[in-house]
Design a protein around this ligand. Structure first.
Ligand SMILES: Cc1cc2nc3c(=O)[nH]c(=O)nc-3n(C[C@H](O)[C@H](O)[C@H](O)COP(=O)(O)OP(=O)(O)OC[C@H]3O[C@@H](n4cnc5c(N)ncnc54)[C@H](O)[C@@H]3O)c2cc1C
Length: 380
């Protein structure tokens, strides 16, 4: 076992840290308050290679490994988890899926601009009546010669109003159940796409989430990713990698909460001494640091297995399960350590809690991660 990072991985982490501190931090409070999408930041992240980090240079990416992706995601999310999720969806869901299953023509048209940050993607699986149980897709794609006509509604789509490319799942053959789901690549502006209003969210408010209606949307058969009927497998495999991204996002929030708590506990005095001298506070900090390190090792382990081309879906689920819990727990404790100041917007810790909660919900809830893990450990 080698726990050291390579020179390249360290350089990527440091670049992401500098970018987060200099380019993201100055506007994060205002963007959260006003629920403003970080257009300029995402453009610059793309120009710096962070929007398609693992995409091969053949298709316009830098070809970094998953460990580097985890390190960058943690640094970005530590400063702003909204930027983290925008980056995560584009990298580990959309770019990954197109690179793995796309034809050369699809990669040329969709992947190159997505990997270089010229375009932004979104991943459309959830529906009003299909969340944890994605096998029951109500969105239908009916074949019409060389085309498909799509009707339905996708719900909760991150990057929904801003994305240029929709990585979208629909039922092409109802009689086959989940084996009759297919994935489509659809461009913004295709007639019949109806964007819902932006959701007014508890956290990750600077990210953009909306529903997407499909009203007789006509797409050519060459816009199917992989084969017809492969959509559910594509969705599940992309979500496995996506969970490493969300675990890293959660890790960033957990680390930020710890750092804020340490700093404040050294400054704040009670009973004539910094509260950091109280054992009750020291024990909280110890627990928070242990959660962060455990979450980090689980996340890096999942990333390492993915890089080694070993099965990693159980490890990714464990990382997401644990890191999201660590994020919520650490944000709560950071607020407690800040006392009344933790409850108001003057300090960042109340945002950490609002941002942390979603990591227990999207890309598979905490309960669904436990379903994935237990299925794996119980199998013969
Ligand atoms: C801000 C935000 C961004 C999102 N971004 C995207 C996106 O970009 N693309 C996308 O496709 N989706 C996205 N989602 C949707 C998200 O993935 C779903 O909300 C999530 O999968 C849960 O589905 P649901 O909301 O329908 O809840 P349900 O599936 O209705 O679950 C309700 C409750 O029941 C529990 N439950 C359900 N089934 C089981 C089970 N078998 N065992 C135990 N407990 C169970 C759940 O854990 C949960 O606690 C986003 C959601 C939000 C809020």
């Amino acid at each position: 076992m080698d726990f050291n990072f390579t020179e390249e991985q360290t350089a990527i982490r440091d670049t992401a840290r500098d970018f987060a501190e200099n380019e993201i931090a100055p506007t994060s409070v205002e963007r959260d308050k006003n629920a403003e999408f970080p257009y300029d930041i995402i453009k610059k992240l793309g120009e710096s290679g962070f929007m398609g980090m693992m995409v091969s240079p053949d298709w316009g990416g830098p070809g970094f490994d998953t460990i580097s992706y985890v390190l960058a995601m943690e640094e970005i999310s530590k400063v702003d988890a909204s930027v983290g999720v925008i980056m995560s969806v584009n990298n580990s869901l959309v770019c990954f899926g197109i690179e793995k299953w796309g034809t050369d023509e699809q990669k040329e048209k969709f992947l190159k601009p997505l990997a270089s940050g010229q375009k932004l993607g979104c991943f459309c699986l959830s529906e009003p009546e299909a969340g944890s149980d994605a096998t029951h897709q109500r969105t239908e794609a009916v074949k019409d010669g060389d085309y498909y006509i799509l009707n339905g509604i996708k719900n909760w789509i991150t990057n929904g109003t801003t994305a240029d490319v929709y990585f979208l799942h629909a039922q092409t053959d109802k009689s086959k159940g989940y084996k009759g789901i297919s994935t489509f690549l659809i461009e913004k502006g295709t007639p019949g796409i109806e964007l819902g209003v932006k959701e007014d969210k508890l956290g990750i408010r600077s990210s953009d989430t909306c529903s997407i209606g499909l009203n007789n949307v006509k797409v050519h058969k060459n816009q199917i990713l992989g084969d017809e009927g492969l959509g559910f497998r594509i969705a599940m495999e992309t979500l496995n990698g996506g969970r490493i991204g969300i675990a890293s996002q959660a890790l960033g929030i957990a680390q930020a909460s710890l750092e804020a708590a340490v700093k404040y506990s050294k400054q704040r005095k009670a009973f004539d001494a910094p509260i950091a001298s109280l054992q009750a506070i020291q024990f909280k900090l110890s627990d928070m640091a242990t959660l962060v390190d455990s979450a980090r090792y689980l996340t890096l382990n999942a990333a390492w297995k993915k890089d080694q081309k070993q099965p990693y879906h159980k490890e990714a689920a464990m990382a997401k399960l644990y890191a999201s819990k660590a994020a919520v727990q650490n944000a709560l404790e950071a607020i407690q350590i800040h006392g009344g100041y933790g409850y108001v917007r003057e300090y960042l810790v109340e945002r950490y809690l609002r941002d942390a909660k979603i990591t227990e919900i999207y890309e598979g809830t905490t309960e669904i991660q436990k379903v994935v893990i237990s299925r794996e450990i119980l199998k013969d």
